[in-house]
Design a protein around this ligand. Structure first.
Ligand SMILES: CC(C)[C@H](C(=O)O)[C@@H](O)C(=O)O
Ligand code: SF4
Length: 456
């Protein structure tokens, strides 16, 4: 009996140019996103082969990984890391549009691509960055590529990629107040591990997903990458259409396009190779204790036995409570949680309060647009009054590719997506959590539950 097609199958079939049994498929790329963290070698390959960029108008570049996020306002580009000027130069040479420092469209690639309406349902988008599945929240076939594939795509507007199998994660129920999409994905990771989505395109579906805002959906799809998923997907609906309406790159015939977008969904009888279900009602605020994103536990949990190496790195003891763990620095930022709703939530916790003495709280908005919005809404002022550093858009302390880093041994409460050893500085200890929990932690000086602050 023939079974229906999944959203992934449909997107694949709409973009695959050539497919032979046992070989990767040749997939056409509607949009190629480039950033300052991974472009350089790919352009060298191109140059070495004497090739030019086939469709410069179908590529967009942005500086995010390597730009400073503090004191940037009047800084000349040549005082930043050389790679920043390098990206601007190579893009000028190849006539690729680039959003550099000072550009109103600048921000973290996965934040600006949706914000500008560059991400649309039914598109195929690639980027040399593992968190590209974030864009799948729009029903977009978005996936990460490596250096060679970047070069191939620049030269041909196509990439060779293996077809994935289908996985479905059904989310029932709804998240409780003070509990976020970040907590939901951390529960999924804790339960199913960092390889749960390996080889699969993961479609999130169910009441718990439709109830999420577009920004929360992006958080979910962003960290599907931590489950090993190359592609994450959510079927477009009215919220998707509303989000994209009025964006800079929204189609001119918007209503007709929107109608077309809504057909991007899995058939009711589509088959999935793996099926998981999770209840959103039961999710509570989560925090990681170890050195991979699946080492997550509820705030009232205790650090588990085992994982001796992780415990040594983290300086934690099996059996200890995680709530109340002292923290030196809080980072609210990254492509996981630096959109306006994340900042609004953090500001609700911080309003009228002060960060704990000696605590460093850095708030780094995901884009220039998010930053301006936060200024306009008075949220930036809430952060400043609380004693936070209010940064300029970029990846910043999420990955430390811009020269900034936390200190060895320092505990960093972070709204980012990875807690690998050395990720936020050599010897630095990352605790992943939601923006609400991070804000509460900044006030308390130790890992703290945001819910009492939100109720008060
Ligand atoms: C620099 C880049 C290649 C890297 C990625 O691919 O994800 C970075 O964004 C990260 O989050 O680790
Ligand atoms: S914010 Fe972090 S996870 Fe996201 S693209 Fe930048 S470095 Fe990667």
């Amino acid at each position: 009996m023939s079974r229906g097609k999944s959203l992934y199958d449909k997107l694949w079939e709409a973009h695959v140019v050539e497919e032979r049994p046992g070989s990767p498929g040749l997939v056409y790329v509607d949009l190629h996103l480039l950033h300052d963290g991974t472009f350089s070698k790919a352009f060298s390959i191109l140059q070495g082969r004497g090739l030019s960029v086939r469709r410069p108008g179908r590529a967009v570049a942005v500086t995010d990984h390597c730009v400073p996020v503090a004191g940037r306002a009047d800084m000349p580009v040549d005082r930043m890391l050389p790679v920043v000027a390098g990206l601007l130069k190579v893009c000028a040479e190849h006539r690729i549009e680039v959003f550099g420092p000072g550009d109103a469209r600048q921000g973290i690639v996965h934040v600006i691509a949706p914000e500008l309406g560059l991400t649309q349902p039914g598109f195929s988008i690639i980027c040399g960055d593992s968190h590209t599945p974030t864009l799948g929240a729009f029903g977009t076939l978005a996936f990460a590529v490596g250096t060679t594939q970047i070069a191939h795509a620049l030269a041909s507007q196509c990439v060779l990629v293996d077809r994935l199998t289908n996985m479905r994660v059904t989310v029932t129920g709804r998240l409780a107040p003070g509990v976020t999409a970040k907590d939901l994905i951390l529960v999924l990771l804790a339960r199913h591990g960092v390889t749960a989505g390996k080889g699969h395109a993961v479609e999130f579906t169910g009441e718990g997903v439709t109830a999420l805002s577009m920004e929360e959906r992006m958080t979910l799809c962003n960290m599907a990458a931590e489950m090993g998923a190359k592609v994450a997907l959510i079927a477009p609906d009215a919220k998707t259409v509303d989000y994209l309406r009025g964006t800079a790159h929204a189609p001119a015939a918007f209503d007709a396009a929107a109608e077309d977008w809504l057909r991007w969904r899995s058939d009711p009888d589509a088959g999935f190779d793996r099926d998981l279900t999770i209840s959103a009602d039961a999710v509570t605020p989560m925090v990681t204790w170890g050195t991979s994103p699946d080492t997550a536990l509820p705030l009232d949990g205790r650090v588990p036995e085992g994982g001796a190496e992780a415990l040594t790195y983290m300086g934690l003891t099996a059996g200890q409570a995680i709530e109340g763990q002292a923290v030196g620095r809080v980072f609210i930022g990254s492509c996981t949680n630096a959109r306006i709703e994340d900042l609004r939530l953090a500001a609700r916790v911080l309003a009228g309060r002060q960060v704990s003495p000696g605590m460093m709280l850095q708030v780094v908005p995901g884009s220039v647009a998010v930053r301006a919005q936060a200024e306009a809404e008075g949220i930036a002022e809430v952060f400043r009054r609380a004693g936070a550093q209010w940064g300029e858009p970029g990846c910043g302390l999420c990955v430390c590719m811009n020269g900034e880093a936390a200190e060895a041994g320092e505990f960093v409460a972070s709204t980012s997506n990875r807690n690998f050893p050395g990720r936020q500085g050599r010897g630095a200890r990352t605790l992943l959590m939601s923006p609400a929990t991070a804000a509460a932690t900044a006030i308390a000086g130790c890992v703290a539950d945001p819910r009492p602050y939100l109720e008060a």
